[in-house]
Design a protein around this ligand. Structure first.
Ligand SMILES: [Zn+2]
Ligand SMILES: [Zn+2]
Length: 281
């Protein structure tokens, strides 16, 4: 249900820190890869930040140069540097939401020495349990990130959630699963309505619109239900659902004021249409 009207509203930033570059193909982004028209479909990598006068919450931590080189991604910015450019000191951040533990979301834990990390029980169980005995399910994890998360747990710095939870007035997490065992989306109260940071619940808007899952998936049924859940959380409003890896996000929303490249304001209305003109609904 909607938050009461007295709920605070937040500024929400998407910070684009890496990209696959132009060579990635459409067929790599859909489970049913035999898409009628193959062609380039690059993927971008983001972290997100939520802030108002009272608090700052960071969503996901990105990856650094070592993972970028090993996995052949183009690192545009160190995520922590990009946060600093947006006026957020990672060293001072007290709350980080980890949507899931894949390398591109949990590869920068060390940049947040004072933070507690919000994670679903199911994601920790998944990342440390029987399913990662299978190479294709463990491939998107980097072991050192998982080990670091276990270490943080032993330090009392992981806050576990089981399903839906309100972390602060106007900021809640929602377990989706699907893509990873315990993926969670984040819902934030903004001036234009309840914004849903879907993370990898859907990488591209087109995955959701066409009900055509991204190929890295643990449970296809949960992923399909997750599209519906995100739509429900965003009250069905397309422009309030933010895909996790869609280059359109960096193009459609207005830049953060000042000379900060690759940071956009999601709490403001979009300034351009979606680029995929044929979602084929
Ligand atoms: Zn992922
Ligand atoms: Zn991802």
């Amino acid at each position: 249900m909607s938050a009461p009207s007295s709920s605070p509203e937040y500024e929400v930033l998407a910070l684009r820190y890496a990209t696959t570059g132009p060579d990635r193909r459409r067929r790599e982004n859909f489970l049913s890869g035999a898409d009628a028209h193959d062609g380039p479909m690059p993927m971008d990598y983001y972290v997100w930040a939520i802030r108002n006068a009272d608090r700052v919450v960071v969503v996901d931590t990105g990856f650094g140069p070592e993972a970028a080189a090993r996995r052949r991604r183009t690192l545009l910015h160190e995520p922590a540097d990009l946060l600093r450019r947006a006026g957020i000191e990672p060293e001072a951040v007290t709350d980080v939401i980890l949507t899931h533990l894949h390398y591109d979301h949990a590869g920068g834990l060390a940049a947040f020495p004072r933070a507690r990390f919000h994670l679903q029980d199911a994601e920790m169980a998944f990342a440390t349990g029987r399913y990662v005995c299978h190479a294709c399910l463990r491939a998107p994890f980097d072991l050192e990130d998982v080990v670091s998360t276990v270490r943080l747990t032993y330090q009392g710095r992981v806050v576990f959630h089981d399903g839906d939870a309100e972390l602060f007035p106007g900021i809640s997490v929602h377990r989706i699963g699907g893509h990873s065992g315990g993926l969670q989306a984040v819902r934030v109260a903004t001036r234009r309505g309840p914004l849903v940071l879907a993370s990898d619940a859907f990488h591209f808007r087109e995955n959701r619109l066409r009900r055509s899952p991204f190929p890295i998936v643990f449970h296809v049924g949960q992923m399909l239900e997750g599209y519906r859940r995100c739509e429900e959380l965003a009250c069905g409003q397309d422009d309030l659902m933010i895909p996790g890896h869609d280059p359109d996000v960096g193009r459609r929303w207005p830049a953060l004021a000042g000379d900060v490249s690759d940071v956009v304001r999601l709490d403001l209305p979009p300034i351009a249409p979606w680029s995929d003109s044929e979602p084929g609904e």
